[in-house]
Design a protein around this ligand. Structure first.
Ligand code: ASP
Length: 436
């Protein structure tokens, strides 16, 4: 049995948290590969090490020096001294500061948080330190080079009994350090899990799994016990933020389940994320989760006989593509189609975009609706039962919430509705309470 464990920033924030990490690792000998984030916030007003490192990079570019490194230095020195480690952290920090100044690279600077965190953790756990720079490789377009990376993970970690690996970065095709997007240590953990053919990828964080919806909106929201990869993809794309939305892909290929666990409540079962075939039927759960995002714009287009006009939707979408805009959803009717776009992409170009659509497809009517929120109600259970959509819509109608758009994914896994931004919270609360 092999488990890969990734510990997030709060689990690495100080010596106490790292002691907790050691207790978790010591409790189960199959926890052989440990991926760590940089130390995160110790309290609400604290600053994450990664943010400090980006600040250092800014200072290097502006002044050639990085005075903020002193804060990073003292955080790591404090951790090493509290854990009573016998390692020359001062020498490692001196070298790191010098390299940040010489490299003048935001990615290099940011990556050092995970590097130092893994160096200290490996020392404390008595494990081998394996640099992610030797394992993870991006291609010339900045995408993960899966073949190369898988091969390196397999060969370098083969025969290694117990290792700590920094998350968040690898090397680009020129051999320079490159990071994933923020929160990317989750992806590193997933890559390592696939590479070593782990039985389980444990992702240790500061919450006991995914909640059915945002607890700031629904304080009584329950924990999701089990999710499928597909459900997770829908929910995290729509804003559920426990796990990086791309972390699912590496383990998905290897069909390795992910268990989201709480470092500070290790006894909680957390959430299991599993492939479809491992999904256990549960007759009570119709809705797995509800997630949403604010600030979309809907361009509603009407034209008689649209359905008979070959290439109509393609022409509309090619205008949008010409502006370099990503399309979120395209719900359509017989003579209507709506294009849903994230509003932040449209600043300063919305009216030109709409005029160009008019010129290109000569519609009967075009209407723009701004300040729309999209809310996804996700669940495998929906496909097998009738009345789910009816329940959502009737509960919203009772509350007087106006639905501006409906889109049911063809997988029957997801019903997306659009409401005014001002109805966002109320809409999530209403759907949650209709099913719970
Ligand atoms: N430390 C990085 C961040 O704050 C990456 C991570 O923690 O996953 O985004």
């Amino acid at each position: 049995m092999i488990k890969v464990c990734k510990f997030g920033g709060t689990s690495m924030a100080d010596a106490n948290a790292i002691r907790q990490v050691k207790a978790i690792i010591d409790a189960d000998k199959s926890r052989k590969f440990v991926v760590v984030s940089a130390p995160g916030k110790r309290n609400k007003n604290d600053i994450k090490i990664t943010d400090m490192l980006y600040k250092c990079y800014g200072e290097v570019v502006a002044t050639g020096k990085c005075e903020s490194f002193a804060v990073i230095r003292s955080r790591f020195e404090e951790i090493v001294s509290d854990l009573e480690l016998d390692c020359d952290i001062t020498a490692v920090l001196d070298r790191t500061e010098k390299e940040i100044i010489e490299n003048k690279s935001a990615d290099f600077a940011a990556s050092r948080g995970e590097y130092l965190s893994a160096y200290v953790t490996a020392n404390y756990l008595g494990a081998k330190f394996v640099d992610a720079a030797d394992l993870i490789r991006f291609d010339s377009k900045g995408k993960l080079n899966e073949e190369y990376t898988d091969d390196k993970v397999k060969t370098i970690l083969d025969g290694v009994e117990f290792a700590v690996i920094p998350g968040f970065f690898g090397k680009d095709s020129f051999g320079k350090i490159k990071t994933f997007s923020r929160g990317g240590s989750d992806i590193t953990g997933s890559i390592i899990a696939r590479g070593v053919k782990a039985d389980l990828y444990e992702n240790w964080t500061d919450v006991s799994g995914f909640l059915v919806c945002d607890p700031r909106i629904v304080p009584e929201a329950k924990t999701i016990k089990q999710l499928t990869y597909k459900e997770l993809r829908e929910l995290s794309y729509m804003g559920a933020s426990v796990l990086h939305s791309e972390a699912i892909f590496p383990v998905m290929k290897g069909k390795i389940p992910i268990n989201i666990k709480n470092t500070f409540k290790p006894e909680d079962a957390g959430t299991m994320i599993v492939p479809n075939e491992m999904h256990k039927e549960d007759n009570e759960t119709i809705i797995t989760g509800i997630a949403g995002k604010k600030d979309f714009t809907v361009i509603y287009i009407e034209k008689s006989m649209m359905n008979a006009e070959v290439g109509f939707i393609r022409k509309v979408l090619s205008v949008v593509e010409h502006y370099g805009i990503c399309v979120e959803h395209v719900p359509s009717g017989i003579d209507t189609v709506s294009i849903i776009l994230a509003s932040d992409q449209l600043e300063g170009i919305l009216s030109d975009l709409v005029s160009e659509i008019r010129e290109n497809v000569n519609p009967d009517y075009v209407h723009v609706i701004e300040n729309v929120s999209l809310i996804a109600t996700v669940g495998h259970g929906m496909a097998k039962r009738s009345g789910t959509a009816a329940k959502i819509f009737s509960s919203l109608a009772e509350k007087g919430i106006n639905i501006k758009m409906i889109d049911q994914g063809s997988s029957e896994l997801n019903i997306i509705i659009g409401v005014a931004n001002s109805d966002y919270e109320d809409c999530i609360r209403t759907i949650y309470r209709a099913f719970n």
